[in-house]
Design a protein around this ligand. Structure first.
Ligand code: SF4
Length: 247
């Protein structure tokens, strides 16, 4: 793993999904095989494979404190192209410092991760007036998780942390993206601990290597995502869980 401390020029970026996005790191040690963020490599000089480099924006909090005063108030998403609670966050605490500034300014914050390390920052998340925290969980099946996300925390740990967030009064969500085999079984496990669920399919543009490896075509997976989405939707209707489709 190549770790480099860098000083970024800016930290709050416009986002198509929320108003803004803050990425305290470039790269992600979780290195999920389907990760759409691997396109980031194009904008950096990195030659290492995705998941084997992380640039640490050591001035992230300093920049955020300045930029937040100049921007129109809006919802900030952490993070779009890295996991804000990837292992290096335990040492650098950049996400923690940024979250504290956002909450102190009373801005809405949406945190999304695969790591129970988010619980370290419960003190901050609980203070926010408009804060939500969610887990990305793509399957209930650990065998499938290990195939696609071998370096990310196990699913039972994520579910346990999700419950803790929820029990502590934080608004919670689960992002099932992409829907992997075994995802439908997640709904029973999520019931009562996630306030809403978002589902998405595989991002074809960044998953060609997976399609080649498993000899799939885009056409034959369209049916899979449509069917799996409908099964999840039916379960959510039954359990009265709010569901958003991203496709
Ligand atoms: S945790 Fe998110 S950002 Fe990190 S590799 Fe996985 S999908 Fe990409």
């Amino acid at each position: 793993m190549k770790i480099t401390e860098i000083r970024s020029k800016s930290i709050i970026s416009a986002s198509k999904i929320h108003d803004y996005v803050v990425n305290p790191y470039v790269g992600c040690a979780h290195g999920c095989s389907y990760c759409y963020a691997r396109y980031m490599k194009r904008f950096t000089d990195h030659r290492e494979p995705w998941g084997e480099f992380v640039d640490v924006k050591i001035n992230a909090a300093e920049l955020l404190a300045k930029e937040i005063k100049k921007k129109t108030r809006g919802n900030i998403w952490m993070s779009g192209v890295c996991d804000p609670y990837q292992p290096l966050e335990a040492k650098y605490e950049l996400t923690r410092s940024c979250a504290r500034i956002i909450v102190e300014h009373g801005w809405p914050l949406s945190v999304q991760t695969r790591s129970p390390l988010v619980l370290r920052d419960l003190d901050i998340l609980r203070k926010g007036k408009d804060v939500e925290a969610g887990f990305s969980i793509t399957t209930a099946d650990e065998r499938i998780r290990k195939m696609f996300e071998p370096c990310a925390p196990p699913i039972p740990e994520r579910l346990k942390a999700l419950r803790t967030l929820h029990d502590n009064g934080v608004r919670t969500f689960v992002m099932i993206a992409p829907i992997l085999p075994g995802a439908v079984d997640l709904i029973d496990k999520i019931e009562g601990i996630a306030d809403h669920i978002i589902i998405d399919r595989m991002n074809y543009n960044h998953a060609d290597h997976i399609y080649k490896k498993h000899n799939l075509t885009h056409k034959n997976t369209d049916g899979y995502f449509a069917e799996a989405g409908e099964l999840i939707a039916a379960k959510c209707r039954e359990k009265k869980i709010e569901l958003m489709w991203a496709y």
